[in-house]
Write a protein that binds this ligand. Structure first.
Ligand SMILES: NC(=O)c1ccc[n+]([C@@H]2O[C@H](COP(=O)([O-])OP(=O)(O)OC[C@H]3O[C@@H](n4cnc5c(N)ncnc54)[C@H](OP(=O)(O)O)[C@@H]3O)[C@@H](O)[C@H]2O)c1
Length: 289
């Protein structure tokens, strides 16, 4: 990864930070992103302590203005981006809109990676062979209802929660993005990290869990820090897609927590789902690759 510029979103803590650590250790020039200046600077100092080239930017990536500001800052500082890891994601307990009027789960898990990839395309295209890595999560592969992408009908609280729904929509968007960039030297792939005890999980209340899991919340809170504190493991699939020579020129694939290729779920292979998610992203962002 020496000489390569890597941007990892949501990387001042959690899985993103471990992904950034692993890529910096391979010699990449890594840019971290979080919302908080102090946490961002502290993470950059920690990851750069051994001499690695790590810097940090701040932006609220749930908002289009934040995504635009980050892309502008990257353009001002770098002449290309070799790897973009759209690691940021998250869940909410109930339906809420961002200041842009976008449902929050959709905004952070689907719209942010779509818009940031569009905004950074000039820098990605400036790299000889660029890679975009998007992170999925939850129970992947449930149905996607194109008329409920932003919980317009109801905020899903059962096993196929709004978060799972959004992550499957992200996979559909990624698969379509890969097809749209088929003639470019820019690949788009999806990683599933597996579970980890991260700041996002720690902040999660029982209400954000699918109903079936809510009674388990105290157990999860007890076991999480004991069983799921090795964050290098969930970073493995992203690092594989970002750095492995096996992935050179490979686009439109999905890897599981063991960094092994897995088939796209049926909803992701449904072109009408891909169309609906893509149209929504275009409409909200007013961007197209
Ligand atoms: N953890 C799991 O068990 C798990 C399982 C499956 C999939 N995943 C997926 O893996 C990815 C990483 O998960 P994680 O649990 O490590 O996430 P996390 O703990 O929620 O991530 C925290 C990072 O995201 C930043 N962040 C949060 N909101 C932001 C915003 N609006 N704009 C910019 N930065 C923001 C935080 O920085 P600041 O607080 O400083 O802003 C911090 O750097 C996500 O896509 C998640 O859905 C996680």
């Amino acid at each position: 990864m020496r000489g390569k510029t890597v941007l990892v979103t949501g990387s001042t803590g959690g899985i993103g930070k471990e992904t950034a650590r692993a890529l910096a250790a391979r010699g990449a020039r890594v840019v971290l992103v979080g919302r908080d200046r102090r946490r961002a600077d502290a993470a950059a100092r920690e990851l750069g302590a051994g001499g690695a080239a790590v810097s940090a930017l701040t932006a609220d990536l749930s908002r289009l203005a934040g995504l635009r500001a980050l892309a502008a800052e990257m353009s001002a500082r770098h002449d290309r981006v070799d790897v973009l890891v759209n690691n940021l994601g998250g869940m909410t307990a109930s339906r809420a809109l961002t200041g842009d009027g976008v449902e929050t789960t959709f905004a952070t898990n689907v719209l942010a990676p779509y818009a940031l990839t569009c905004l950074l395309l000039p820098l990605l295209r400036a790299a000889p062979a660029a890679r975009v890595v998007n992170l999925t999560g939850g129970i992947r592969g449930g149905p996607v209802d194109p008329s409920n992408l932003e919980a317009e009908k109801r905020f899903l609280g059962w096993t196929f929660s709004q978060y799972n729904h959004a992550k499957t929509a992200l996979m559909a968007m990624s698969r379509r993005f890969a097809a749209r960039l088929a003639d470019d030297a820019v690949t788009v792939n999806v990683a599933y990290p597996g579970h980890a005890h991260t700041p996002g999980n720690q902040a999660m209340t029982a209400a954000a869990l699918p109903y079936a899991y809510r009674p388990l919340a105290p157990v999860l809170r007890f076991l999480g820090p004991r069983l799921l504190n090795d964050l290098a493991k969930p970073a493995r699939s992203s690092v594989y897609l970002a750095a492995s020579p096996d992935m050179e020129g490979v686009t439109g694939v999905y890897v599981d927590a063991r960094a092994e290729r897995a088939p796209w779920p049926a909803a992701v292979r449904d072109e009408s789902v891909c169309d609906a998610v893509w149209d929504r992203c275009e409409r909200h962002s007013r961007l197209t690759p």
